[in-house]
Design a binder for this molecule. Structure first.
Ligand SMILES: [Fe+2]
Ligand SMILES: [Fe+2]
Length: 213
């Protein structure tokens, strides 16, 4: 039996996806210069890669685990999987570097809407099943898988997630982070991400209160 806190990492990824397509859609309308274009391309590629990894993990691991426990939920989970496939053509347009960024803005806007609708649906349908059927071991395996997907980009991914989530979720997600990682985040990763965020979006962002100590 797990609690809502166990799902904080999963929901933190959702918060990141919910925020970033909208930010990118806005910023890609008129990149300042070549350097800004490159940074936007890099951020977009990272976001699409993380979305792909998240969906693949759901389709190949999480949903089959839930269906094994609750066969009656098979149709509802198959529907969530089919929504992943609906997003794919838009992801392909958004990722196509042959088109200039401003031409990809409509695809990014649509992705922003559809990803948010999909996550609403998933949080209504799959999260209650996850709470009922996943074990702490399942959650630990998910955490390891996510860290492997982040790879060397952990500092940027953490910055992106923290820039996207509300304080309650951050408190839960960072609760069992080792002290050293919290310190690294505060001293190095977050200041670097603040600079990245300013270059990407021309706006400043401050450290959320739950992470100040
Ligand atoms: Fe998800
Ligand atoms: Fe999903």
């Amino acid at each position: 039996m797990i609690t809502q806190e166990h799902l904080a990492g999963f929901l933190l990824m959702h918060a990141g996806f919910r925020a970033e397509f909208g930010r990118l859609a806005e910023a890609c309308r008129a990149p300042r210069d070549r350097e800004h274009e490159e940074l936007l391309e890099e951020q977009l590629a990272l976001l699409l890669e993380m979305l792909h990894a998240h969906h693949t993990h759901e389709d190949t691991t999480l949903w089959p685990t839930l269906v094994a426990h609750a066969p009656e939920a098979g149709d509802a989970l198959a529907e969530l999987e089919s929504e992943h496939a609906v997003l794919d053509p838009l992801v392909a347009v958004a990722a196509d570097r042959a088109a200039p960024l401003p031409e990809r803005v409509p695809a990014l806007r649509r992705l922003h809407e559809l990803v948010n609708e999909h996550l609403d649906h998933e949080e209504r349908t799959a999260v209650p099943l996850m709470l009922r059927h996943l074990t702490p071991d399942d959650i630990e395996a998910d955490r390891r898988k996510a860290m492997a997907d982040f790879g060397r980009r952990v500092p940027i991914v953490f910055g992106w997630l923290v820039s996207s989530a509300d304080p309650a979720l951050l408190t839960a997600a960072f609760a069992d982070l080792p002290v050293v990682a919290r310190l690294m985040f505060r001293l190095f990763w977050w200041p670097a991400y603040q600079r990245r965020f300013a270059r990407l979006y021309g706006a400043s962002i401050s450290l959320p209160a739950p992470l100040e100590s």
